[in-house]
Design a protein around this ligand. Structure first.
Ligand code: ZN
Length: 97
């Protein structure tokens, strides 16, 4: 079923996105990122309101064609935006359970 609490310890993240209710995906952190090696939990739902309003916000604030997705760090429970530049961006790093 779901192994998010096994392996490298307890996840402090909720199992689902607080904005759209989709199950968060385990996402392999790029080695060069500020989070270091490991995993983050990301909402990759393309209908997520957090992600959808991000496009508008980035356009208005930065004139940028980008958005962000809901992210949670399972080690700290800290949440924040994960910047993306397209609908498919970063999906290659999703780790399927
Ligand atoms: Zn969501």
């Amino acid at each position: 079923m779901d192994d998010r609490t096994s392996g490298d310890g307890q996840s402090l993240c909720p199992p689902t996105c607080p904005y759209c209710g989709s199950v968060l995906k385990k996402w392999a952190t790029p080695a060069e990122s500020s989070w270091g090696e490991g995993f983050q939990y990301i909402c990759f739902d393309d209908q997520c309101p957090y992600y959808l309003r991000g496009w508008k916000w980035m356009k208005e604030q930065y004139a940028a064609n980008a958005s962000y997705r809901y992210r949670c760090d399972p080690k700290t429970g800290e949440t924040g935006p994960l910047p993306v530049w397209s609908e498919d961006a970063l999906k290659a790093q999703i780790v399927e359970a």
